[in-house]
Write a protein that binds this ligand. Structure first.
Ligand code: UDP
Length: 237
């Protein structure tokens, strides 16, 4: 027996949306992703997506040469907005009702993120895409994802990565690396080798016992299976 989830938070990084491209968005890949999310939505599970911006700008990387860190983070948050707008349109083009809610003020382009509004959209089985992370600098969308999952009472955070879970060492460098089915928060936070998710995000998840699954969302039906509580990727709990 597996426990199906009622509400999930899916964290998509900018890198995931770029697919094979070095930056920007691969619209074909996002259209495919829309169909994967649609399966979950049609199964009755509510879906919130926190989208990253690393395919355009990461604050910590762009800061310098006159650009303040805070400004860099603002740029990063705007990058997430670009992704969220694209995702929303491409999802709707696939006949998946989707709303973009922003944590930075951007009334001309998106609805503001308001707790009750987000809940209302979710209850109507619309996919909610959140732009702007949590709206403050010195944070990443991983941390924003965990915070949002707590706020909206999600059952789980599904963190999509290029690899299909957490390995004993970097699988790109070490062929003998082994994938772990589950690990504890403590291990995920303390082990320096584990870098699939921000330590700040893992710390927040640990403090509030919000389980996280690290998995490959680009494999057909993985998202649906994870939403049904099946063993996919690595569970951190
Ligand atoms: N960011 C921020 N506050 C937030 C979320 C994001 O300042 O709550 C900025 C930060 O500069 C970050 C950038 O937005 O580097 C893009 O997000 P992230 O690096 O998490 O994107 P990903 O790596 O997931 O594509």
């Amino acid at each position: 027996m597996t426990d199906s989830h009622n509400r999930i938070l899916l964290k998509l990084s900018g890198e995931q949306l770029a697919g094979e491209f070095e930056s920007g968005i691969d619209p074909k890949l996002v259209a495919w992703l829309a169909l994967e999310v649609k399966k979950v939505s049609q199964s009755g599970c509510q879906v919130i997506i926190m989208v990253g911006g690393g395919n355009f700008v990461r604050g910590a990387q762009i800061a310098g040469h006159g650009i303040q860190r805070v400004t860099g983070d603002h740029m990063g948050m705007l990058a997430t907005m670009i992704n969220a707008l694209a995702l929303t349109d491409i999802f709707e083009a696939q006949e998946l009702e989707t709303r973009c809610l922003s944590n930075i003020f951007a009334q001309q382009v998106a609805e503001p993120f308001v707790f009750r509004l987000a809940n209302k959209h979710l209850q109507k089985h619309r996919v909610v895409v959140v732009a702007g992370g949590i709206g403050r600098p010195y944070l990443t969308t991983d941390t924003a994802a965990v915070s949002l999952a707590l706020e909206l009472d999600c059952d789980i955070v599904l963190k999509a990565t290029k690899v299909d879970g957490v390995y004993t060492k970097d699988p790109a460098k070490f062929p003998d690396a082994e994938r772990l089915e589950k690990i504890s928060f403590q291990e995920a936070v303390e082990n320096e080798e584990i870098s699939v998710m921000d330590k700040a995000a893992l710390g927040l998840a640990m403090e509030h016992k919000m389980p996280v699954i690290v998995f490959d969302a680009m494999k057909e039906d993985n998202l649906l299976r994870a939403s049904r509580g099946e063993q996919i990727g690595t569970k951190i709990s």
